[in-house]
Design a protein around this ligand. Structure first.
Ligand code: DX5
Ligand code: ZN
Length: 212
């Protein structure tokens, strides 16, 4: 599955770009939320996301890169988030945040940054439905895939065993890296600069062919 990242879309014509990727068969829309604290960049908040809910019907896959997920989880669910992932590195009460996502009727997941050992996920494997593996340092689109991520994906795949958990990979997914990432065990590939750098329809088709 593919989840184009809105971060690389044209914000002056966002509705148009989202409809283009929906038509092109994107499975999810990946939505990066940054607060300028957890990562050194800022995007937008729940009110802006809510505006976009009427444009497309594909699921909104909200990736929270924020210090305080607890406060904002209910607001993003209210704005139409279908899946919510937050970082295992945040100082929040992880169990409480997963409860909040479930109580709001969204699908819960955890994100792991490049320098964090997969063992940090172990206590939560029976609670999450998505594990988002960051294959770049979070904060910016257009970075290069960190090669060590492939082993990490394989390790997490092993840890998951029979559980019903999707592995999503985010960062540096492009025509050169997609096949390797898929082969390592990813179920969902996030892609920003590759999909939106040119014709999203053609680029998604090419990514799909390369990973078939
Ligand atoms: C980075 C974001 C990514 C980003 C990926 O912090 O989480 O979702 O948009 O961009 P590319 O595909 O360009 O690496
Ligand atoms: Zn992301």
């Amino acid at each position: 599955m593919f989840a184009p990242s809105m971060l690389s879309a044209d914000f002056s014509a966002l509705g148009r770009d989202l409809q283009t990727i929906e038509k092109a068969g994107a499975d999810w829309l990946h939505v990066d939320i940054m607060d300028g604290h957890f990562v050194p960049n800022i995007t937008f908040g729940p009110d802006q996301l809510k505006n976009l809910r009427g444009c497309v019907e594909i699921p909104f896959d909200v990736h929270l890169m924020i210090d305080d997920p607890k406060t904002y989880i209910p607001r993003f669910i209210g704005a139409g988030a279908d899946f919510i992932t937050f970082h295992v590195e945040t100082a929040c009460d992880i169990g409480e945040c997963l409860d909040l996502i479930e109580e709001g009727g969204a699908v819960p997941g955890l994100v792991i940054s490049p320098d964090t050992d997969p063992s940090a996920l172990a206590p939560w494997l029976d609670r999450v439905r998505i594990i988002l593996v960051m294959s770049v340092y979070p904060g910016f689109g257009g970075q290069s895939y960190i090669p060590a991520s492939s082993d990490k994906i394989r390790k997490i795949r092993e840890m998951i065993g029979d559980r019903d958990i999707l592995i999503e990979v985010d960062g540096g997914v492009n025509f050169k890296t997609a096949r390797e990432i898929r082969d390592a065990g990813a179920d969902v590939l996030v892609s920003g600069s590759c999909v939106f750098g040119g014709d999203p329809d053609e680029n998604l088709k090419k990514l799909r062919e390369l990973t078939a």
